[in-house]
Design a protein around this ligand. Structure first.
Ligand SMILES: [Zn+2]
Length: 101
């Protein structure tokens, strides 16, 4: 979660390396796709979206995607801890409740 303090730009999505064609009819990829490309799968306004990541952007995109995932994981951990804390507090309060007799 501390990453949020230093990262000003996160990116929600998942990256995968795919093999694709280049479009040149004489290239060997015309028979079997062989050019590697990073594809970013995201969604925008609920619609799925796939984008090829430009070579120059790969490091930046990988970094931003990783930080987004770490922040989400941190949030989940925090939520789980909070839930447990609430459970313990409720138990403690109930336990110490001394009815007036
Ligand atoms: Zn090709």
């Amino acid at each position: 979660m501390w990453q949020l303090l230093i990262a000003d730009s996160l990116l929600r999505g998942s990256l995968s390396l795919v093999k694709r064609t280049c479009g040149k009819p004489n290239c060997r990829c015309a028979i079997k796709p062989c050019h590697e490309a990073w594809v970013l799968a995201t969604s925008r306004q609920g619609k799925p979206r796939c984008q090829v990541v430009r070579r120059d952007d790969i490091d930046d995109v990988q970094q931003r995607v990783a930080v987004y995932k770490e922040c989400r994981a941190g949030l989940r951990t925090l939520e789980a801890m909070h839930k447990e804390e609430k459970r313990l507090l409720r138990g403690l309060i109930d336990q110490r409740n001394m009815p007036y007799e």
